[in-house]
Design a protein around this ligand. Structure first.
Ligand code: GLU
Length: 445
């Protein structure tokens, strides 16, 4: 099992050397589309199907709050460097806003806005009482020491004291952030409010009130979605071939759990490159290798080295993009050979790629459904914190399966009814729920 938290050293060592498994994204594909535009194009289509009133359309399309902060940090050599941090609350009418925080050199406000909106739709799809938010700090954790990462985290949290709160806005891990970073957020917030407040953050270590099964939850949810979708199109797990892009928390656990269901994993990738083995990849061995080597899979001998582009277009039944946004675009969508795409990452397919995949009859289980297992168990964690009680792993996993399968079935039914793809059906389900709540609550002021 991939572990996110490694022992942290006390001097000078870079974070990448100590916690390599948190660096999950493969080498970037340069032609980025704007994720906010991709989100809006899908939103517009769903709004049309729902005949959304112009006022509600306007309200739901804009985030309720966007905060940008400058984070000055004294570096290990004594110099001062300033990092930019973001937190966007897209919507909070269903409940406190919820969403992860990512650390990456290319984080920007538009990306965070899109990711925050996706969290609103995601929480509504799985029917949990949260709104959507997302945060990010523009930094390259591979070139920062663990002390610098801690300082950035604590200063960012201190700057967000008026935003965060167990009843207001609850962060969680995302790209390049892990349990240790959540522990620092909990500690900084708790020191300021002068009491220990476990419910301010989810995805934290078990001893601090984390939930059993949270670390594996996103990958487990991807597995449930994949199995449900395979059933719909007649792919038998035991004869299915799968390629997984990204080998961080989501990718590695999705691969591990799908392999346990009998699927043959024929391709994996991470920032060091992509690896192909038609005979089937030994996922446990790859996880062990990535955990014990500074550069993840670099040098791993369990598969032939291929490019990330080749991985995405491998001849396989199921493709699980579990890295970053904008991987399947109008430039490579026609080369995709998989019959089923299950989106472990947020926004891996651009809106431009949607019609191409549709014309090829590729079934796509969209991000806001497929990867909702993470936020679902975050919700369970928050509930346990409020109860001051722990659930067993069996209870967590059982409720997760129930939530994921229930959401899949609701989305599938809408897609059949309106004869629309699962992505659009997920947006219709989510936007309808949020819009209904808004109509009931009305506009204050
Ligand atoms: N970062 C994860 C996501 O994109 C989890 C968010 C959460 O648990 O709040 O869904």
């Amino acid at each position: 099992m991939a572990t996110l938290t490694k022992d942290l050293p006390h001097n000078g060592t870079t974070a990448a050397a100590i916690a390599p498994s948190i660096y999950k994204e493969p080498a970037p594909i340069v032609d980025r589309d704007n994720p906010l535009e991709s989100m809006m194009q899908r939103f517009d289509k769903a709004a049309e199907i729902l005949a959304l009133e112009p006022g509600i359309y306007q309200y739901l399309k804009t985030p309720v709050k966007s905060v940008i902060v400058s984070i000055p940090i004294q570096m290990d050599d004594g110099s001062i460097q300033v990092f930019e941090g973001y937190r966007v609350i897209h919507n909070d009418i269903l409940g406190p806003s919820k969403g992860g925080i990512r650390y990456a050199p290319d984080v920007n406000l538009d990306e965070v806005k899109a990711l925050a909106a996706w969290m609103t739709w995601k929480c509504a799809v799985v029917d949990i009482p949260f709104g959507g938010a997302k945060g990010g700090v523009r930094c390259d954790p591979r070139h920062l020491s663990i002390q610098q990462i801690e300082k950035i985290t604590r200063r960012y949290t201190a700057d967000m004291l008026d935003v965060f709160g167990p009843d207001r806005d609850i962060p969680a891990p995302d790209v390049n952030t892990n349990e240790q970073i959540m522990a620092w957020i909990l500690d900084t917030y708790s020191m300021h409010v002068k009491r220990t407040e476990p419910g301010v953050v989810t995805g934290k270590p078990l001893v601090l009130g984390g939930s059993k099964g949270r670390r594996e939850a996103t990958g487990r949810g991807v597995m449930h979605s994949a199995l449900r979708a395979m059933e719909k199109i007649g792919i038998k797990p035991k004869s299915a071939t799968v390629a997984v892009e990204g080998f961080g928390n989501v990718g590695s656990i999705s691969a591990e759990l799908l392999a346990a269901e009998g699927c043959k994993i024929i391709g994996i990738s991470d920032i060091s490159g992509a690896y192909h083995n038609d005979g089937g990849i030994d996922v446990a061995d790859a996880i062990k290798y990535a955990e014990t080597h500074d550069h993840l899979l670099d040098g791993w001998k369990g598969g032939d080295k291929i490019t990330n582009e080749q991985l995405l277009t491998l001849d396989c039944d199921v493709l699980v993009p579990a890295a970053r946004e904008d991987r399947i675009t109008k430039r490579n969508a026609d080369k995709i050979q998989a019959k089923l795409i299950v989106e472990g990452a947020n926004g891996p397919t651009t809106a431009g790629a949607d019609p191409i995949l549709e014309s090829k009859s590729v079934l796509v289980v969209p991000d806001i459904l497929a990867n909702a297992g993470g936020v679902t168990v975050s919700y369970f964690e928050w509930v346990q914190n409020r109860m001051g009680y722990h659930w067993t792993l069996e209870v967590v996993n059982e409720r997760l399966a129930e939530t994921m399968n229930g959401a899949f079935d609701r989305v599938f039914e809408i897609s059949q009814k309106h004869k629309i793809p699962l992505r659009l059906a997920s947006y219709v389900l989510a936007i309808d729920k949020v819009a209904k709540t808004l109509r009931l609550r009305g506009i204050y002021g």
